[in-house]
Design a protein around this ligand. Structure first.
Ligand code: FAD
Length: 640
């Protein structure tokens, strides 16, 4: 049974798992504070020639495997990635792209890992999902970041080569709210260790450990995995810190049962499970880091893991550009190619400009991830949020451009002799990106939390509304000192000087805009805090707009920086890169302006009230005249 927890407990659990320190500079953190630090993302770090050579070689091998072995229509038809494809991927080391060479992996850079995922995702999303669940969130990344040397030596060579991994966090009652976790890990002595099964891949003598019980939902790769990371709650007790903890274990351990393979709107071929853990013994040495560190591990793993979803967004948007262009040139209606009609031309420009902007953000964030000079937790989170949202709109516009053929399946197109362009499949596959690995709503909250971190340090007592009168008075003094210095800095900046950033030529105006808008964003955030204080965290739509403005500003700055990088690294593309950057930045700037306009002029309160009336059933009669074919019964049945 899921545990019932209050809103405060849920928040406290996530807060405790947050990385509290900022050891390295963060472009995103400064941006939200009104301090546009272009120097943190520009000039972009140069790629290491060895990493390029290794990455290009691997991309060539991956391309060859995709072309030789993968038939996307077969995966759609059978809802399965054929074994020959999985074997071929293992053969080129695709399971170990991110595992360092000393543990048997390829040790690709983040830049090339992203390119590989984009390529694989382009061919068929299920392949990319397999690879990314395996190494962005599966066993490799948590162990690489948090495992002991002994654990790395034991497990990484396996997952780098041919052992597929999965990450089991979600439960029927636990989606966005890990505090409700019901799976348990009960500390026990060595007498509970089961005798190793015949093909146990890791059998070693054990001292003691934990017994896991629980039910895990939606584990990607969970029907075919060899090794998994499981999150479960250790009860607090004598000698036990307790809390949500992470364990690595072979999937053939006694007591693990795959109950069901889940099927979805898209991602056909994804091997996604309901997994039951019944008295599963795990030796203590299989716990990753300390008891209670599980969520911290999950969140940190996702820091760069989230770039995987941006890679998918980039791959899909580039493909959308190609298809939209080819189709809009060839298809004629009303006497002209449809791309010459204004309504379709606008969509084409949106698709191509967005593809460039998304690629820019990914390139900026991935190079920063490789370079390790910056803290990129905000940029990676913005990439996940913005990439999944914008690419969804891109695919929606692509479907419109393709008309009826966009809605038709690739198999049907092929059967009647047309090119099997799977736009409807892409749409089905892309939709989930806004839901998993942190839904857009949760990403807004997580990023907003980071955005106001400095304010919480400066004025936490006031913002949280806790403490007695004396504590509040002390907090007011502390806040006064901080804001007395900070607020005046927001009045003027480089963005007001007409010649600033002139070295960026025709793109300079966009950087001046970002500088001005960053200060405005910080001021508006401050007004919001002053107005709502402790209630600010309930103002999710306000916070979401703040985050979305920050995302647009990061996108514009990245795009200008990336265009400049292209100009330096491939001078023959310079002019086109500047044109594409202008196209993207003009759209992003308009979006940011309308978000600014809606910050304090909106219907949020009225809509919130209306929603509560809907919840109360006040408009029940509105639901008359339909039949719900799903029938009666609970949405989430009680578990035994
Ligand atoms: C195809 C697929 C693959 C997946 N793979 C994995 C995997 O490999 N491993 C794994 O552990 N999990 C996996 N998941 C689970 C996935 O991460 C969850 O679906 C996701 O965390 C959202 O949880 P939920 O679906 O229960 O939504 P809920 O948490 O029930 O949320 C429902 C809605 O409410 C919103 N919401 C929730 N809380 C708040 C709040 N506090 N404020 C505002 N809005 C809120 C959400 O954004 C959402 O719109 C997968 C899911 C899918 C569909």
């Amino acid at each position: 049974m899921a545990t019932n927890v209050s809103e405060k407990e849920a928040r406290d659990v996530v807060e405790a798992a947050r990385e509290a320190d900022w050891k390295l500079p963060s472009f995103g953190k400064q941006l939200f504070l009104g301090d546009f630090r272009l120097d943190l993302i520009h000039p972009q770090p140069q790629l290491d020639p060895e990493a390029i050579e290794k990455g290009e070689r691997f991309l060539g091998e991956l391309r060859a495997v995709l072309a030789a072995e993968v038939d996307p229509l077969e995966i759609e038809r059978e809802s399965k990635i054929p074994d020959r494809v999985v074997d071929a991927l293992k053969g080129i080391g695709a399971l170990g792209m991110k595992v360092p060479p000393e543990y048997g992996g390829l040790g690709l850079s983040q830049v090339y890992y992203a390119k590989a995922l984009a390529l694989a995702g382009n061919y068929h999303s299920a392949i990319c999902t397999l690879l990314s669940a395996h190494q962005s969130i599966g066993v490799a990344e948590p162990l690489r970041q948090f495992g002991s040397e002994e654990q790395r030596r034991k497990w990484l060579p396996l997952v780098a080569k041919d052992h597929i991994s999965a990450f089991l966090l979600t439960e029927p009652g636990v989606g966005s709210d890990p505090a409700r976790m019901a799976s348990t890990a009960t500390p026990v002595g060595p007498e509970h260790a089961a005798s190793p099964v015949d093909d146990d891949i890791t059998a070693t003598p054990v001292d003691g450990g934990y017994v896991l019980n629980g039910r895990k939902l939606w584990a990607t790769n969970g029907t075919i995995a060899d090794i998994v990371v499981v999150m479960a709650k250790v009860p607090k007790g004598e000698g036990h810190r307790g809390g949500i903890s992470a364990f690595v274990l072979p999937y053939n351990t006694d007591g693990i049962t795959v109950l069901h393979r889940n099927a979805f709107m898209g991602l056909r071929g994804i091997e996604n499970s309901v997994t039951v853990l019944k008295d599963v013994f795990v030796p203590e040495e299989n716990r990753i880091a300390r008891e209670g560190d599980g969520l911290k591990i999950a969140l940190s793993t996702l820091n760069t893991g989230r770039l995987a979803l941006m890679a998918i967004a980039v791959g899909a948007s580039k493909w959308a550009t190609k298809i939209a262009r080819e189709w809009a040139v060839e298809r004629e209606q009303w006497g002209r190619p449809i791309g010459k009609h204004d309504a379709v031309a606008q969509k084409l420009a949106f698709i191509a400009g967005s593809a460039f902007g998304l690629e820019a953000m990914l390139d900026v964030a991935a190079r920063l991830a490789d370079n390790k000079r910056n803290d990129i937790r905000i940029e990676a989170a913005l990439c996940k949020l913005y990439g999944s949202e914008l690419s969804w709109k891109v695919i929606d516009e692509l479907m419109q451009v393709r008309g009826g053929r966009g809605y038709e399946t690739a198999a049907s197109l092929k059967a009647r002799g047309e090119k099997p362009v799977g736009v409807e499949q892409c749409m089905r596959d892309m939709r989930v990106n806004r839901i998993f690995e942190g839904s857009s709503e949760i990403m807004h909250l997580l990023i907003a939390r980071e955005a106001v971190d400095t304010h919480l340090h400066a004025a936490g007592g006031l913002l949280m509304g806790n403490g007695d009168a004396k504590a509040k008075a002390d907090a007011a003094v502390k806040a006064g000192l901080f804001y007395g210095k900070w607020l005046p800095q927001l009045a003027v900046g480089k963005g007001q000087i007409p010649v600033s950033y002139d070295e960026f030529g025709e793109l300079a105006g966009y950087l001046r805009y970002v500088e001005r808008a960053s200060r405005k964003l910080a001021r508006e955030t401050f007004y919001g805090m002053a107005r709502w204080q402790a209630k600010l965290e309930q103002k999710q739509t306000f916070l979401a707009r703040i985050v979305d403005i920050g995302a647009e500003l990061f996108a514009i700055a990245s795009t200008v920086s990336y265009a400049d990088t292209i100009g330096r690294e491939t001078p023959e593309r310079k002019t086109e890169a500047i044109e594409l950057a202008e196209l993207f930045c003009s759209m992003a700037r308009r979006r940011a302006d309308s978000l600014f306009a809606a910050l304090f002029d909106n219907d949020d309160d009225a809509r919130y009230k209306a929603a509560q009336k809907v919840l109360e059933g006040r408009y029940g009669w509105l639901e008359e005249g339909i039949v719900d074919p799903s029938g009666d019964g609970p949405m989430i049945p009680a578990l035994d």
